[in-house]
Ligand binder design. Sequence first.
Ligand code: KIV
Ligand code: ZN
Length: 531
Amino acid sequence: MTEPAQTAPGAAEDDRVLIFDTTLRDGEQSPGATMTHAEKLEIAELLDQMGVDIIEAGFPIASEGDFKAVNEIAANSQNAVICGLARANYADIDRCWEAVKAARRPRIHTFIGTSPLHRAIPNLTMDEMAERIHDTVSHARNLCENVQWSPMDATRTEWDYLARVVEIAIKAGASTINIPDTVGYTAPVESADLIRRLIAEVPGADDVIFATHCHNDLGMATANSLAAVEGGARQIECTINGLGERAGNTALEEVVMALKVRHDIMPWSTGVDSSKIMHISRRVSTVSGFPVQYNKAIVGKNAFAHESGIHQDGVLKNVETFEIMRPEDVGLSSNALPLGKHSGRAALRDKLNQLGHEVGDNQLKDIFVRFKELADRKKEVYDEDIIALVSDTAEAGQAHLNLVSLKVTCGTGGPAEATMEMEVDGTDITATAHGDGPVDAAFKAVREIYPNTARLQLYQVHAVTEGTDAQATVSVRLAEDGVIATGQSADTDTVVASTRAYIAALNRLIVRRSKSGPGVDTREISYKDAG
Ligand code: KIV
Ligand code: ZN
């Protein structure tokens, strides 16, 4: 039994902006950001719990894995509307409906590229495309009472044609009209004007919600989204950490916090519990393998750090001198006490809960072992260290490849040598390899033991905390035959962290290649084929 569709904002709701999160669709589409089935379910649950209004859970026809993820997210959802993406054809729409109909509040989101460049791809005349829009939106509306329609590349579509097709979609039954700035081309003043003009001039516009969907190619996605709200949009489409193709999408944390902090000049509110932002940001970063840039607004490591003397002095006298929001507002605890080597399992579990991680007994056991090893090497174990350990142990146990031991010798006089023992599907194998530095030697030893043709696309090292005993978090991205997988790991030894991250990425590649079970990406069609 499905619940009624989200109603258009009437007078009483005029100040409410709906948050539509597309981390699991537009975000996950970003090359290399592919998530496993379990990770998608976890992120959807976090989005639902934090008060996101609509979750775009995936593109059901793209692959069996996408379908299963959308379907299970729909079945599990508690509050949010669960939406699936469909191109403008009946097969996509039917498949989308199959996937979302288990939700308490399902939505079909169908779209077609309407700008001259996009119209040329399916080779449809303007009239033919208009007819296709009418037929596909009507078809979706016959299946589901909550239908969203998007003219892809709206901001580069001729005004007359855009107004014409928006009217057709409204008449055919769409209750949300999304206006995408697909290539991140528009500017704030245009973004506001476009929505304002559509609402003023298109017949029926008052009965639907207008949404804004911005990409960040010129760094204006957040500004454009907020300007669209100024123009009358009441739904913002966004992703956690701004994840998304190319320069990404509008960042959820930025629009939510901008509306909260500057409520004086932007009198609209969202239903998002901002104290849950930090946790979901870290989880999305970990599972997507996309680290958050240090100076990223709201969720960057430095967003609340006051390093310079002048800043520290000011903040100590009065926090408002340099802080426009409190760390707690986004879920950062300002007085977090580090753990040490005498901390027990109960203290660790308590800390994990405070950080938003509910782990089972087995995972707690694994994390505790790693925590004790770390505490032996590092006097104080900070929240960031614990978070890195959780991510590291989450997949252990189910992996095909497990590092047993590694010994590396290196110096100024010659190549580095790595001797490694690795368990491959339960069998221990040992190899020695030489390389141009310790990381190169260790990676070569992995390839000796488990030959593969995966190409290293990205290798990134970050210090989790300060000091020479800090853990290093390493991200590795591998590509093999069009399949991309990322791995992350943390350790006080950079070579060990690098090797574990490399092995984690290989494990994910193996799962994806095996083409069995949910979470496997057999995606053969792209949403860009829309026509
Ligand atoms: O950017 C875009 O145009 C999209 C559409 C599918 C809505 O993501
Ligand atoms: Zn998009």
